[in-house]
Design a binder for this molecule. Structure first.
Ligand SMILES: C[S@@+](CC[C@H](N)C(=O)[O-])C[C@H]1O[C@@H](n2cnc3c(N)ncnc32)[C@H](O)[C@@H]1O
Length: 209
């Protein structure tokens, strides 16, 4: 395998130096709210979902997954590939979508894109999903309250929420609030070799409440 390509959890992931990614950067520009690469919290999210998967999708009723702050969107792509999920990937910055779509095609899955700020997602929108996921999306102080409020709206809509993070104080503040007020789980998570990374998980599961 070339050094500009990796494999993780059954997915092909290109690095920033891969010729396809360099071409996309030339054609479409560089994402500007940190959606410019694959972030390692996605490995934490994939590993956690591998251990605690969502209920299996039925043929008539596929699992509906919303990835928020998707960037290159590998966590959602993992859900589409591994759980047969119908995937919607949301980001405030639409310049991430060519990178997401390229990885979706590379891994043989379909994705619907949605340009939106996550704080604008309404309860009625959440009713169209079973699971909402997000990796490394709580990195500024002003993201703490909107992500807690969004999790609360998801809880009201009966949607499971799983978010991961490398361990930023902002994520800890948000996840601690979800733990205290919504009885969500908030814990450290280590990803085994060969990935050797770790982080934190917040999991609000309406089935476990
Ligand atoms: C650090 S990157 C993480 C990307 C991806 N989840 C990953 O783990 O590789 C943060 C992503 O969140 C997006 N983002 C930041 N603020 C947002 C908001 N308010 N609503 C939706 N997306 C947002 C950025 O555009 C970026 O793609």
């Amino acid at each position: 395998m070339p050094s500009t390509e990796k494999e993780a959890y059954g997915l092909k992931i290109l690095t920033n130096n891969h010729p396809d990614i360099r071409r996309l950067r030339r054609q479409t520009g560089t994402p500007n709210i940190h959606g410019n690469k694959f972030w390692k919290s996605t490995l934490v999210l994939m590993d956690y979902l591998c251990e605690f998967p969502p209920p299996k999708a039925g043929k008539d009723k596929p699992l509906r997954v919303l990835e928020i702050g998707c960037g290159w969107g590998l966590a959602g792509i993992y859900c589409a590939k591994e759980f047969g999920a119908e995937l919607t990937s949301l980001d405030a910055d639409d310049s991430v979508f060519p990178y997401l779509e390229h990885h979706a095609a590379l891994n043989g899955v379909k994705v619907t894109t949605w340009k939106c700020r996550y704080e604008k997602i309404r309860k009625v929108d959440l009713e169209n999903f079973d699971v909402m996921i997000g990796a490394d999306i709580c990195f500024w102080d002003e993201m703490v309250a909107p992500l807690y409020n969004l999790t609360r709206r998801a809880a009201q809509a009966g949607v499971r929420v799983v978010m991961t993070d490398p361990g930023r104080p902002t994520f800890s503040a948000m996840a601690s609030q979800c733990e205290a007020k919504l009885a969500a789980l908030h814990e450290a998570w280590s990803v085994p070799p060969p990935y050797n990374t770790s982080g934190f998980v917040m999991d609000y599961d309406p089935m476990g409440q």
